[in-house]
Write a protein of this length. Structure first.
Length: 420
């Protein structure tokens, strides 16, 4: 999830001491990062929240309805969570490709979805995980939990074991976005990495809250708490078995030590990623009121929502990095800014002015903001799309610094197709 973000006000409102929460700021310590790339925690908190802005409120515009008679099953070994329930009879939409159909129950379609999770890391002294297997009566859901000392990111926090402070919440960790050092996005590490909670991808925990009866198509206050005890949460070390009798895994990478089921009885269930479906979950923009399909403005999907197949890219027109000889060859705009042709006698490419970042477009090489005289201009990165710059005459692959200008972007470098 490419955007992320005070919990103390929330915790003060809960009738438990903060120290009793396994996933509170007291115990969910975040590494500042040592620079050791072998450390999976090194990139925690290096994310867009470092710009000092508050955590966003997340809006759900996906295809799933809230489910009736839901249940939640967690496998601490396989690092999965399965949500099963009945599609409301009033639902007339279509279900996405990752929604698995179960039996018909009194005329209602049973459906289940599988998401990856993180679990508690092994205590080096006791050799045990800080986990709470058992059965729990529902969840205490806080739909909007902004970051304070812990990077909750504005994602829902759904507690099932209040005595131990165990809950489902956002990913905590982040990774470098693309290949630009300094750019980070939310990304779940699926493995034994938490202090007992089930961390989830940001978009997944938003959708899961919606499945379990919290209307995530609207905004929620940080003080809001919803108690839903009408369903069971089952947490176990056993590998989960789906309604169709398969041992449950999910299509998401995992660290060594995750016991992913194998064999004919195992099935890898599909899931989804906000990078493919930016229109399913997005950050609330105060400049735009909440409307139906609010997240459509966040970007077009890159996959077919009904099949999961990747959609063909439209590369019929010019974009940043397209070969040009004159401005007329660059007949497109980025926002309200018209593109121009940056050229020498040896060749040229289309560009737009920039400060800190540039727009990317599916089907074209990723872009980077480079210094250009007193300002900045966008260039295509050296990539397979442009034959590592060989398809842009007059350019060569060159490592350059990011032009930051007046933006809040971090310092970074990238290899771009620069004019010779």
């Amino acid at each position: 999830m490419s955007k992320r973000r005070a919990l103390f006000a929330l915790l003060a409102a809960l009738p438990l001491a903060a120290a009793s929460f396994a996933c509170t700021a007291d115990s969910e310590d975040i590494s500042s990062g040592s620079g050791d790339t072998s450390d999976p925690f090194a990139d925690e908190l290096k994310n867009v929240e470092k710009n000092g802005k508050p955590s966003p409120q997340w809006v759900y515009s996906g295809m799933m309805p809230s489910l009736e008679k839901p249940s939640v099953v967690v496998s601490l070994s396989a690092h999965t969570v399965r949500v099963t329930g009945l599609v409301p009879k009033t639902f007339t939409g279509k279900l996405p490709f990752y929604a698995n159909l179960g039996a018909m129950v009194n005329g209602q379609q049973q459906v289940f979805l599988v998401y990856p999770v993180a679990t508690g890391k092994i205590d080096p002294i006791t050799g045990k995980q800080p986990v709470g297997p058992g059965d729990y009566d529902g969840l205490r859901i806080s739909p909007y939990v902004p970051s304070a000392e812990n990077p909750w990111g504005g994602f829902p926090f759904m507690a099932y074991n209040r005595a131990r402070g165990l809950a489902f919440h956002g990913p905590i960790t982040s990774v470098a976005g693309g290949d630009d050092p300094g750019d980070f996005e939310w990304r779940l590490i699926r493995g034994q990495v938490s202090h007992g909670c089930q961390r989830m991808q940001g978009e997944h925990v938003v959708e899961m809250a919606h499945l379990l009866g919290v209307d995530m198509t609207k905004l929620h206050k940080s003080s809001e708490v919803i108690n839903n005890t009408t369903f069971n949460v089952h947490v176990s070390f056993d590998i989960d078995k789906s309604p169709e009798g398969k041992l449950v895994d999910v299509d998401y990478p995992a660290l060594d030590g995750v016991k992913r089921p194998t064999g004919a009885d195992a099935k890898i269930y599909k899931t989804w990623d906000s990078r493919d479906f930016p229109n399913f979950v997005c950050a609330y923009d105060r400049a735009r009121p909440i409307t139906a399909n609010y997240c459509a403005a966040a970007g077009k999907p890159l996959r077919d929502a009904l099949t999961g197949a990747r959609l063909p890219a439209d590369t019929s027109g010019p974009f940043i990095g397209t070969v040009c000889k004159a401005d007329s060859d660059c007949a497109f705009k980025v926002g309200s800014t018209a593109a121009t042709c940056k050229k020498t006698a040896a060749g040229g490419y289309c560009t737009v002015p920039c400060a800190g970042s540039c727009a990317d477009k599916y089907g074209y090489a990723p872009t980077f903001c480079t210094k250009d005289g007193a300002g900045g201009s966008c260039a295509a990165k050296s990539a397979e799309f442009n034959g590592n710059c060989s398809k842009i005459p007059g350019t060569t692959s060159t490592l350059v610094d990011r032009y930051i200008g007046t933006s809040t972007a971090s310092a970074a470098q990238a290899t771009v197709c620069a004019l010779k």
